[in-house]
Design a protein around this ligand. Structure first.
Ligand code: ADP
Length: 191
């Protein structure tokens, strides 16, 4: 019993990594974004803001059909931009939908991905949101290499937090071990 308890403790401790950015905190965690209790969660959406597969499908399933009803009324979202809706049946009060770039190895991919993170944080700040969870935008169906995406994600978030202390907690929630390890390694550079 004791040894299985300590193994669980150990697993938990190696699946969370935190860095302080001024008064705010950036946490890299392994988990399911639909279960997060932050004020907002971010959806890696498509331009139609339709349910689809991957993280968007999971968020729409957990939020319930009212989320898609609200999304339909927004009239889509351009790459790098973000839109906000209510969270419905999720723990999170809000969903911020952002469309990351489809990877084709261009310089524009980098600015689009940074824009997705920054515009999501900007909307969060404007709505008084204090805590927010991101998935790894664009690294699933959209094919962005995780290492390159982690660099952009963490540099954009830390830069934003340095200039905007209103947001107290940003989490990046990784679904698989490999993505978690890559993001955690990148975050270590900021410790
Ligand atoms: P994109 O189209 O932007 O690439 P995807 O949804 O295909 O978005 O994938 C983005 C990342 O989200 C992938 O690393 C995928 O494994 C991950 N993901 C899928 N479901 C979840 C979930 N429930 N919670 C957190 N991350 C998830």
């Amino acid at each position: 019993m004791y040894s299985s308890f300590s193994t669980r403790q150990k697993e938990r401790s190696i699946n969370v990594m935190e860095i302080k950015v001024g008064k705010s905190k950036l946490s890299i965690i392994k988990g399911d974004i639909t279960e997060q209790k932050t004020d907002a969660i971010v959806n890696a959406a498509n331009q139609q803001l339709a349910p689809g597969g991957g993280v968007a499908g999971a968020i729409h399933r957990a939020a319930g059909p009212a989320l898609w009803e609200e999304c339909k009324r927004l009239g889509g979202c351009k790459t790098g931009q973000a839109q906000i809706t209510k969270g419905y049946s999720l723990y999170a009060r809000f969903v911020i939908h952002t469309v990351g770039p489809v990877f084709n190895n261009t310089e524009k991919n980098k600015t689009d991905l940074a824009d997705s993170y920054r515009n999501s944080l900007e909307i969060a700040k404007n709505h008084g949101i204090k805590s927010i969870s991101f998935p790894s935008i664009s690294t699933g169906i959209f094919g962005y290499p995780v290492g390159q995406a982690a660099e952009i994600a963490i540099s954009t978030i830390t830069k934003f937090l340095k200039q905007n202390q209103e947001i107290e907690l940003v989490q990046i929630v990784l679904f698989d071990d490999s993505s978690y390890n890559i993001f955690a390694l990148e975050a270590e550079k900021y410790q």
